[in-house]
Design a protein around this ligand. Sequence first.
Ligand code: HEC
Length: 148
Amino acid sequence: MKKTLAGVTTLVAGMCWVAMAAQNPTPKAGAAAGGSVERGRYLVENVAMCGECHSPRDAEGQLDHSRWLQGAPMWFTPTVMQPDWAFRAPALAGLPSFTDSDMEMILEKGLQPDGRAIRPPMHVFHMNAEDTAAIIAYLRSLPPNKQQ
Ligand code: HEC
């Protein structure tokens, strides 16, 4: 129950993101080309909470910061059956598996690189180009998981 509630909180946080992004749609001119790592870190860690799903947890269910954004099994399940629910969130540290245009499709349009809709619980974010560029810059600045 606790886990389900936390999951719902995470989902609500994601939805708030969509509302906030919609209220602030105007990026600073030229910023999208070379995204700001610091802004990306802020968005990932404090606003969109990507690490809640994309980082592994320890036996107590706490985020394992030594494996930050290195991909993880989903730790909560939907209360209502969802046939397309994804049970694993892929590694994002170093962005080993996604190009910049993949990331734009995913974060700005909610589409997988092959054009299909992304699966829950990954959010459809509708981010603007500046925020996407910042998140790409931050994720590329992280060391990838050497074991993968
Ligand atoms: C509520 C949990 C959750 C949050 C928060 C979340 N993700 Fe995800 N994400 C997932 C899951 C689960 C998948 C796997 C979806 C699939 O396999 O179709 C995924 C998939 C992805 C993918 C690959 C998409 C694909 O289908 O190829 C990328 C890239 C990604 N997430 C980036 C992010 C970023 C960046 C953030 C923060 C801005 C974020 N995610 C926040 C759960 C989450």
